[in-house]
Design a protein around this ligand. Sequence first.
Ligand code: MN
Ligand code: MN
Length: 485
Amino acid sequence: MGNEAEKEPKTEGQALAEKLCFEIKNCWDTATGETLRAVQQFAEQYKTFLDQGKTERECIKQALDMLNKEGFTDIETLLRETGSLSPGAKVYQNIKGKSLIFAVIGTRPLSEGVNVVGAHVDSPRIDLKTNPLYEDTGFALFDTHYYGGIKHYQWTTIPLAMHGVVIRKDGEKQELCIGEDPGDPAFTITDLLPHLAREQMQKKASEFVDGEDLNILAGSRPYKDPKAKDRVKLNLLNLLHEKYGILEEDFSGAEFEFVPAYKSQDIGIDRSMIGGYGHDDRSCAYAALHAGLSFAVSPAPLKTVVGLLTDKEEIGSMGNTGAQSRIFENFIAYLCSKTLVPYSEIALRQCLGRSSMLSADVNAAYDPNYEGVYDKKTASYFGKGLVLSKYTGRGGKVGGSDANAEFCQKVQGILNKNNLRWQYGNLGKVDKGGGGTIAQFVANLGLDVLDCGIPVLSMHSPFEVISKIDLYTTYQGYIAFLREA
Ligand code: MN
Ligand code: MN
């Protein structure tokens, strides 16, 4: 490193470029020792969250625990006790254990709008069919239907864990989790040995492993009664009944989700990255949750702070726990009805129209192994901070959300003011594919919405990778937005 005297003065052109050009710097270069410690600490806590939250229900359960610890209360319980929502009040609404909305009431009236960060907590996975257990040639297998956009072949030959919620015939709710604790058995989907795969290897990757063939290996030991039928299956049902009291019939309406059985792990000798299952979108959900929790201490925020964690994003945000439902609108109506006098339908619409949201979702990071599909100039990169996506959608921006220039500049300004690095990122080259987030559904209510999240490698695979410093920068960015937007 040279001293000042050795530095050559900038030429006029260099100075002009510095003034006019946009250069995205690497966050690691400017992080202080204190920040680096915070980055590592946040990453460690996040890894625990990821390992303990492999389903949408488990993520919501953890989020509720954190909110309760910070003094948040169920909104109906609080209103029953106090009858009102005053500035600083901390409330949440648990939607069927799969979605969650929480708020810290601000000092300004809700008629001025609220600041929202919204993420989703469901991730691609393998679900069981409704009558899943069968026996074939001495094996007991589970028949499945995958959930979300996956490359089928990636889910073979890895250890899988079973996370189930069963409502038994007697009405009792029985939760099952097999494959996560050390010493637990796990499951797997087999693949063909290369020796016999000559034909298979000629197929297109989309047909390489058929969705219908994602059958989970579950047992191979027969029940000890030679006269019984399907004895391997029977043995399995017997074991499940002994331990959990469930019958084959109970599988029908139950929710069984198979997810990678391994834990998240640091990636790289420099430990700069995290590999794990479900970064999409639990990394943003975790950042959003913690950003919201930072407003739990007084003084109350100016504008009301809202956190939204939704389900079903990976299959289109449908249903009564998805972002297309009225869960968010209903919650805001609830807040308005208790704080605005007189409450009216138009007061709610005005509040929504004056509100702002960051749609917190991951973006496809530039991957040097697959450069053909990315536009290097508009891709997002590891280590360069949170990614803003002005628009989503596919071919011709169809089916996406497109944020207004005014709102984009507002968010950029907030991040700049807080010395937080940001980059814009689009999902691949034009016409190479595309995708959407919950942004469009919330924007339909009148809010200004901008997609803003974390760059991820191997998205939707059983082992996705993110950068620790992007996770932390995103968390800081969400706080800045919630405080100032
Ligand atoms: Mn996502
Ligand atoms: Mn996704």
